[in-house]
Design a binder for this molecule. Structure first.
Ligand code: URA
Length: 230
């Protein structure tokens, strides 16, 4: 028990040290300044990346919904084809649309800290969104936009076959689980998307506005980490 307590304390401390924005006043500025990883990060990495390339090709110059009209880039996804953890966000923001990569803005800075807090590097996981094009003024994606795009995410999940999916925010969780419930009721437990364990937690953008949610998010992230470890 003593040993378990010590380990848990050590982990919490490691988390605190590795995630300034979570615990250090002023850390948010740090996240704001975050420039993101180099934009030439490979979309596909590792053997078998071909499956993702095929999905991207199927998407083509997608005009399946109205979001295509306002986009600069389709934001397909980034990370390792062999990722154990797949993070799923809602949809690209302004910076993501400009650079063609998910979570490279302010919320991305915090997501990177969440990833490193559970012992992973950004390039070891895979990061995707429910909708691949930016909703205007970052509004919520509409049901018909999600419906037009969700099969690409499902194909990405099948191609990567992660040990666990971490759904960031209500839209990611409800789109994959097919149920409508507030995030507060979905988080903190293991669900399944088909046969893949899924953990829902707060979206990093929400956590930037509501830092008190980080305590629960950390509980969710530990569950993600444990499920990834098998
Ligand atoms: N928010 C998201 O849901 N996805 C991104 O890629 C960036 C911000």
């Amino acid at each position: 028990m003593q040993e378990k307590l010590r380990r848990s304390f050590e982990e919490t401390l490691k988390f605190a040290l590795s995630s300034g924005a979570w615990v250090v006043p002023g850390g948010l500025e740090e996240a704001e300044d975050y420039a993101g990883p180099p934009s030439d990060l490979p979309i596909l990495a590792g053997p078998g990346g071909g499956k993702l390339a095929v999905i991207r090709e199927q998407m083509g110059d997608c005009k399946r919904c109205g979001l295509s009209a306002g986009r600069t880039h389709i934001v397909f996804g980034v990370g390792s084809q062999n990722a154990k953890i797949l993070f799923v966000g809602e949809g690209p923001g302004e910076e993501e649309d400009r650079r063609g990569e998910p979570f490279v803005g302010r919320a991305g800075g915090l997501l990177n800290k969440m990833i490193s807090a559970i012992g992973y590097k950004r390039e070891e996981v895979y990061i995707a969104n429910v909708v691949k094009c930016r909703p205007p003024r970052n509004r919520d994606p509409k049901l018909e936009e999600i419906a037009a795009c969700i099969n690409f995410l499902k194909e990405q999940i099948e191609a990567i076959n992660p040990a666990v999916i971490c759904a960031l925010g209500r839209h990611a969780a409800t789109s994959l689980l097919g149920i409508d419930a507030p995030l507060g009721r979905l988080r903190g437990q293991r669900h399944f998307f088909e046969d893949v364990p899924l953990v829902a937690t707060y979206h990093p953008a929400y956590l930037l506005r509501n830092p008190s949610g980080k305590r629960e998010a950390w509980i969710d992230l530990q569950l993600v980490r444990d499920l990834a470890a098998g």
